[in-house]
Structure formats: structure tokens, C-alpha cells
Design a protein around this ligand. Structure first.
Ligand SMILES: [Zn+2]
Ligand SMILES: [Zn+2]
Length: 298
């Protein structure tokens, strides 16, 4: 960094989606948005792909925003959605790339299954139409829903999910997911730090239930918990901080920014009140034994 570059305020966003998965902004546009929001560091954590991180790192020099290599991997979990974030991963790691390739293939074949089921129900829809609707990024049920609305088959996106696409409805196809331990090992194996994303989506009923899950994940190699995110009120945040502290896990935070697909969530600040401090990046780096960033530290 240039000697007279002004020191940025020490805020970060470690959970951002780009067009490489289901966000609406390209990695370059995300860097520009982060720069404008005065963020000091971000991580692009696309679902099951590191393409967004690779592209962002190629453009890191275009701004004063530090880019942490990242990914978000879905894992199987009975009562809710379990997503494992991976930070500071080696982007050229052969075995991580292999795992992500398997997940992407599974994603593609699931989409084809859904299309076949819709066709079986007499719906006039093709995979090409879905590809077009995706605009070149990752393809998924939201794009299928979009085409169903466009064609007047359902009234809106909610209808598309409720009547056809959600679990238990006629065009639903099961998704292949890694076991939590497999997701954690894929990240650790690439030198990264595995962190449980937005714990509230696990739908744990009590603090004790969540604690049991955390203990199991920690035994599998989990290193942190995403304590700060827009879906958490102050009480949940305090609970996640308490549990992380008690079990020797670090805390991270991010907005789960998706651009225009989730317009109420803004990069860095979520719904307006998130301020995630840069020192959490230093904590992550300690986990990987990487040197801190002296030029960026206040
Ligand atoms: Zn997630
Ligand atoms: Zn996410």
C-alpha cells in the first residue's frame, strides 16, 4: 500500500456472494462497492465455488480493500441449513478444487432432474431457458422459479417454490451435500479456517442444542462461528459470542451480501447497523500462522 494512502476505518465484511454463485455483482463490482463503503477487508464466499475469490484477488490491487480467499460449502444437517465458510484457503489446492467440482456437477444434475420433473408435469420449460435466466453464474432453483414466473406458469417466486420447487412438492429433487466433517476437512486440507455460517439457520431450539452441534463440529475441526450477521439480533449475537468463547472458537462476521437479490442487505453494514472490526481478520490469520498485515494495521 502507498505510504500516503489514508488509513481506512477498521471495518470488514467476510460474507459476500458474487455472480460466480448467486450474487448480482461481479467480483470487480464488489471490490468497488467495498471501497466505496470504506471497508478495509472482504471475503467473497460463493456457494461451492472459489471462482469469485480467484477473480477478486486478481483485481485486489485496484483498491485499498484487502481480499481474503473464501468459500461457503453447504453440509447436510437434519433440522436446518448448515453452511461452512472457509477462509484463507489455498485457491490452487487440488483436493479442495476436486471437492468443489463434485458439488458443482451434483448441482447441475439436480437442476436437470427438476426440469425433467417439471416437463413430466406438463410444464413447457427447457434447461437453456434456465441457463439464460442465470446470466452466466451458478444455476439454481431461483432461476427456475424466475422462468416459471416469466412464462406465467405461477404468479410469483414464492408460488413457484410453494407449488413446485420446495421440499415435498412435485418437482423437488434432493440435493447432494457433504457431511459436515467432509466440508470442514476440505477447507482445513486447503490450509483454510472453517467457520460455521449464520448459526441461526440450523434451527436449534435451545442454546444447549446449538452447543452440542458446536462441540461435534469442533471435534471435526471447526475453528470459528459467524457471530455477526444481519439475521442475528443482539441476544443471539451475545449467545454466539458466549458459546464461541466458552469452546475456544473464534468469531467472524459478514452480511451474506447478494446485491440486488437481497436489496435490503448492504455490503459491510447489512440492514444498517453492522460494524465488524478488522481485528477478526488478524485472529483468522493467527489460525493459519500467516503474518499479520502490518501496512494495514492501525
Ligand atoms: Zn449461507
Ligand atoms: Zn452466504
Amino acid at each position: 500500500m502507498h505510504a500516503n494512502t489514508p488509513i481506512k476505518p477498521a471495518y470488514i465484511d467476510l460474507h459476500v456472494h458474487s455472480t460466480a454463485s448467486d450474487g448480482s455483482l461481479s467480483p470487480v463490482k464488489i471490490i468497488q462497492a467495498a471501497d466505496k463503503a470504506n471497508l478495509r477487508a472482504i471475503a467473497i464466499t460463493d456457494h461451492d465455488t472459489i471462482d469469485g475469490s480467484v477473480e477478486a484477488l486478481q483485481h485486489q490491487h485496484s483498491s485499498g480493500v484487502e481480499i481474503l480467499p473464501g468459500v461457503e460449502i453447504s453440509a447436510s444437517f437434519e433440522s436446518g441449513a448448515m453452511h461452512i465458510l472457509g477462509y484463507l484457503i489455498r485457491l490452487d489446492d487440488v483436493s479442495l478444487r476436486g471437492v468443489l467440482k463434485v458439488l458443482q456437477k451434483a448441482r447441475a444434475s439436480r437442476n436437470l432432474q427438476i426440469i425433467e420433473r417439471l416437463q413430466g408435469l406438463g410444464v413447457d420449460i427447457s434447461y437453456d431457458e434456465i441457463l439464460k435466466a442465470s446470466g452466466g453464474g451458478q444455476v439454481g432453483r431461483p432461476h427456475i422459479a424466475h422462468v416459471l414466473v416469466q412464462k406465467g406458469i405461477v404468479q410469483n417466486i414464492d408460488n413457484a417454490f410453494n407449488k413446485l420447487l420446495r421440499k415435498g412438492s412435485p418437482a423437488y429433487a434432493e440435493k447432494y451435500r457433504l457431511l459436515p466433517v467432509e466440508a470442514i476437512e476440505a477447507i482445513s486440507g486447503a490450509g483454510g479456517v472453517p467457520v460455521l455460517a449464520h448459526p441461526f439457520t440450523l434451527n436449534a431450539k435451545t442454546e444447549g442444542d446449538l452447543e452440542r452441534v458446536l462441540v461435534e463440529l469442533k471435534q471435526a475441526g471447526l475453528k470459528g462461528v459467524e457471530a455477526y450477521c444481519p439475521g442475528h439480533g443482539p441476544e443471539l449475537t451475545a449467545m454466539y459470542e458466549r458459546l464461541a468463547d466458552h469452546h475456544g472458537l473464534l468469531v467472524t462476521g459478514g452480511t451474506d451480501f447478494h446485491g440486488a437479490l437481497k436489496p435490503e442487505v448492504h455490503i459491510g453494514i447489512g440492514r444498517g447497523d453492522l460494524r465488524i472490526p478488522y481485528r477478526l481478520v488478524e485472529e483468522l490469520k493467527k489460525e493459519t500462522n500467516q503474518p499479520p498485515s502490518p501496512s494495514l494495521s492501525p
